[in-house]
Ligand binder design. Structure first.
Ligand code: GLA
Length: 392
């Protein structure tokens, strides 16, 4: 990334001759463990080299001004520190506004405004957590400009609160956690109930992770995500008639099989089936990765996709076409959708020497069936949200 270009843009947009500071928060992929976070289960995400840059400087008055190079048509959006209410017309700027509001609510002293320019190199709406990335980069901007002491886990939880209470998406903690605590070349096995986590070196030998974007926009705020969550909550309360549990993530697959009859509604039973088996797969995935058994890892990815398609029903024709095309390619160990689903991205584990053929073949099949191209990204696994300090 050309940081000096971002700084020049900052000077032009805000008409200021200061030396602003630069921050970065990654996006994330999830290797396995989908729709398990809000069910108290495990997830296995990793922060990626694509993400959101923020160039920022404090102001003397109480104005907050936001500009995104990804939405130049929206121009500079402005509000006062004393009025951080959600405003539909402020579109993406509600994410930083929400984050600043929740930091202030926690008692952090933010008494003057700021100018912040954003630039994201993850496509927005791709399911790689561009919104959590904006929240977390705003968190580190505030932490550093205002010398706040913010516990990192708390910052992560505040990011989730922005989604849940400000934007209105009942999402779990995975995205903010992966982005806030990411570690170069490592994935994170996170228990979303206790927030206990473990870093696992991502040693993929001759294989690489390829991200494939369907180029179908994924609208998280759409009701389907919240509906899935409600279905799991209903299934849980049915199971609680006989079981002393507080989340679906506490169940082994055997316990689930013995008690699944308690779930009244067939659709809810399918949703819970996914949550329980996906959680079990996620724990297994860490085990096989530790043994460098990439074949089994790929197999678990494939099973995860099947379950998201048939039981959780969040894939859709675009993701299924990509993943099924990926499965047919030589040198592919596994492929699945990643993130919330309903469009967005898939990931595949592909032999290095086969990546070019993979892209060409998958794109040909995709374009034939869907009518437009997919986009391919080769990410590296990155550290979490941080300031970028340039060496002179
Ligand atoms: C979105 C949410 C996460 C998680 C995934 C599905 O990314 O923000 O909390 O639920 O979907 O695993």
């Amino acid at each position: 990334m050309d940081i000096s270009r971002l700084k020049k843009k900052f000077a032009v947009i805000f008409n200021r001759q200061v030396d602003p500071r630069v921050f970065f928060a990654p996006g994330r992929i999830n290797l396995i463990g989908e729709h398990t976070d809000y069910n108290g289960g495990n997830v296995f995400p990793a922060a990626i080299s694509f993400g959101t840059y923020a160039v920022a400087a404090k102001r003397k008055d109480d104005a907050l001004r936001f500009y995104s190079m990804n939405f130049p048509e929206l121009g500079v959006m402005e509000c006062k520190l004393s009025d951080l209410d959600y405003q539909e017309s402020q579109a993406w700027a509600n994410y930083p506004k929400g984050m600043i509001r929740f930091l202030k609510n926690e008692g952090h002293s933010i008494t003057t405004g700021a100018d912040i320019l954003y630039f994201g190199d993850i496509p927005n709406g791709a399911g790689l957590s561009s919104s959590a990335s904006i929240e977390m980069v705003t968190g580190v901007v505030m932490e550093n400009l205002y010398l706040l002491e913010i516990d990192r886990i708390r910052m992560i939880q505040l990011g989730q609160l922005v989604e849940n209470k400000y934007i209105g998406v009942q999402s779990g903690i995975m995205d903010q956690f992966a982005i806030g605590k990411g570690k170069k070349d490592h994935a994170i096995l996170l228990d979303c109930k206790t927030l206990a986590f473990e870093y696992a070196p991502l040693q993929l030998e001759d294989y690489v992770i390829v991200i494939i974007h369907t180029n179908k926009r994924r609208e998280l705020a759409g009701s389907a995500y919240n509906e899935r969550r409600l279905a799991c909550e209903r299934a849980l309360s049915d199971l609680q008639r006989s079981l002393n549990i507080t989340t679906l993530g506490e169940l082994t697959t055997d316990q689930f099989e013995q008690h699944r009859y308690l779930i009244d509604n067939e659709v809810d039973r399918k949703r819970a089936n996914h949550a329980v088996y996906e959680n079990a797969r996620t724990i297994k995935a860490l085990e096989v990765l530790k043994e460098c058994d990439l074949q089994s890892f790929g197999q678990l990815m494939n099973e995860s996709h099947q379950s998201l398609k048939n039981d959780y029903q969040v894939t859709g024709v675009e993701l299924d076409t990509i993943v099924e095309a990926a499965w047919q390619q030589p040198g592919v160990l596994g492929a699945r959708m990643t993130g919330a689903g309903f469009g967005g991205c898939a990931i595949a584990l592909v032999l290095k020497g086969k990546v070019d053929d993979f892209k060409e073949n998958v794109n040909r099949i995709y374009n034939d069936q869907i009518g437009y191209d997919a986009t391919f990204y080769l990410p590296t696994i990155s550290d979490g949200a941080r300031e970028i300090v340039l060496k002179e």
